[in-house]
Design a protein around this ligand. Sequence first.
Ligand code: PGA
Length: 249
Amino acid sequence: MRNRFVAGNWKMNLSDSESKSLAEKIASHSYTENTQVVLCTPFLYLKEVLEATSGNTKVAVGAQNCHEKEAGAYTGEVSAAQLASAGIPYVILGHSERRTYYKEDNALLKSKTDEALAQGLHVIFCCGEVLEEREANKQAQVVETQLQEALGHLSTDQMSKVVIAYEPVWAIGTGKTASAAQAQDMHEMIRNWVANQFGAEHAEQQIILYGGSCKPGNAAELFAQKDVDGGLIGGASLKAEDFIQIIEA
Ligand code: PGA
């Protein structure tokens, strides 16, 4: 039985005091034994959110990106080593906003993943197709290439520290959710890819999240799918009541 996993991606939202108060509300709730919650906050708030959630063992903290190098003259960047030294256990890599606005490609994401894993972080690795690719029925091929090029070289041991998040880009922040059947189809394809690469036993343990306009109203149906183990939540993770309802789903 795989654990249930829900990560909130706050993106570039909330003030310092709003972040603290949201983290406190989420941490004051109790979650079932097999649940892992991760709050992925702007770099600036990681330490205070870590502090605010330290009393709740089910709630962890993650960054939304890291640099591919260990240290050096990279103005404005944050390394995986720095995150690890600050006690931050998770990092999101490959989010479609990073791929689109900052031109992160599969080769760069491979380097970032290697560096994050080398520093002992857990990676929440995002993949997903854009609307034109979905319309051309190329979603499986696109996602498989993203996974193969960035994660295909990992050892099974390394892969056990990677959570995959399937996020159809056309569903992110648009209010358009993939149907439960569309999500299940892609998750099954992803689990088959994992089985081919890392073995059937590993594939059974692999956590695969759905992301893209996931809300209290649709979370239960999405999460009820056989291969959907939880969600990566953007907009709805900014309101404690909504996010907690999604976790409970
Ligand atoms: P959304 O974002 O829930 O606001 O669609 C999901 C994400 O980008 O991770």
